[in-house]
Design a protein around this ligand. Structure first.
Ligand code: 13P
Ligand code: SF4
Length: 343
């Protein structure tokens, strides 16, 4: 763990939000939002890590819940003129880059991501310049400026496949920003992958010892792990994958119990998709002894019904990006969608 990275993101960490369950006025707020979504020809696109009332509203209003790749795809294909993205800023920016003609709103523009914060564009530019001749592959969890410098953008659902493909063509890779995901990809692909130093502070908290203890208590349980977790946690996994891939694995498996090492928001959909199965939260330890999220992403939890309604009513919290950044970032993002279609 790098002190430099921790120092970079520490000042940005919001107070932990441990909101769970329904808000008392959830039904009234949801009804008002549904009406406005219709009136404004808007679609709500939510990530699995948002609160259950936000996810439910996305489903009930004909919007979408998915992993970051599916959110990007839905946004690009949706006929809606306004996209309301309940997630973190890079997800709103991706929607805007792929659909510059649409209005993209977010409940809170301060909903960041430790990976995006840990990869400052000017520093990343120097890193690329210091390592010429390498193909630049960046994770979707980056700013639009960083994407604009990349040859490829990937999400966790396809990162291994793409790096295998590039490696088979003899390409050497620069990977940013998640060093744990990068390390996993390098091991899976056997490729030459140069890593940037940042991580997801939420997934880096999952702790192999605590998970092994749970495995002793529930020996019949399968372990589902997001690849942003550390290598010793990934080593315990029955399945490693993106949020959607983990959800699918839980549905398809004959197991009745699962130890889940990803953000807690996913439990809403897992429980809904697999009634009767038991989902157990994997154990965590504070990251670097300092960051203690207990598997709740503090930025994802900034999305609530009140600020969603406010953004829709006022049109505030729009994603705006410079035209040249959109033009440059569109290329690696479009490549990502094309690659996924073909592979
Ligand atoms: P997914 O692409 O798996 O949804 O991951 C996004 C994310 O932010 C994980 O922490
Ligand atoms: Fe970023 Fe981690 Fe939050 Fe995902 S869970 S948005 S990677 S900080």
């Amino acid at each position: 763990m790098s002190q430099n990275f921790l120092h970079k993101i520490e000042k940005h960490l919001p107070a932990p939000v441990r909101r769970t369950g329904e808000q008392p006025d959830s039904a009234k707020l949801s009804a008002e939002i549904k009406k406005l979504l219709k009136e404004k020809n808007a679609a709500l696109i939510a990530h699995y890590y948002t609160d259950s009332d936000v996810q439910r509203l996305a489903e009930e209003s004909g919007g979408f819940i998915g992993d970051s790749l599916e959110m990007a795809r839905f946004g690009a294909e949706s006929p809606a003129q306004t996209l309301v993205v309940a997630g973190v800023k890079f997800m709103g920016e991706t929607a805007k880059i792929l659909s510059p003609q649409k209005t993209v709103l977010m409940p809170d523009l301060k909903a960041e991501c430790s990976l995006d914060l840990g990869c400052e564009p000017a520093e990343f530019k120097k890193f690329i310049e210091a390592n010429p001749g390498r193909t630049v592959v960046v994770y979707a969890n980056t700013s639009a400026e960083v994407k604009a410098m990349a040859d490829w953008v990937v999400t966790s659902s396809m990162a291994v496949d793409l790096i295998k493909h590039l490696t088979s063509r003899g390409e050497k890779i620069i990977w940013a920003p998640d060093r744990y995901l990068g390390d996993y990809i390098a091991r899976q692909s056997g490729g030459d992958v140069l890593l940037w130093d940042a991580c997801c502070v939420v997934h880096a908290e999952f702790d192999a010892t605590r998970i092994s203890e749970l495995q002793e208590r529930y020996p019949e349980a399968e372990v589902l792990v997001h690849p942003e977790a550390k290598a010793d946690v990934i080593a315990l996994a029955n399945v490693v994958g993106s949020t959607s891939q983990l959800l699918k694995a839980a549905q398809q498996s004959s197991a009745q119990k699962f130890i889940v090492a990803t953000e807690t928001g996913i439990f809403y959909k897992m429980q809904q998709a697999c009634p009767g199965k038991k989902f157990i939260a994997a154990g965590t330890e504070p990251y670097g002894g300092k960051v203690d999220c207990e598997a709740n992403c503090p930025w994802m939890k900034m999305n609530g019904l009140e600020n969603l309604l406010e953004a829709l009513k006022t049109g505030n919290n729009q994603i705006n990006l410079a035209a040249d950044i959109i033009e440059k970032a569109m290329l690696p993002l479009t490549r990502m969608l094309e690659f996924r279609k073909k592979n």
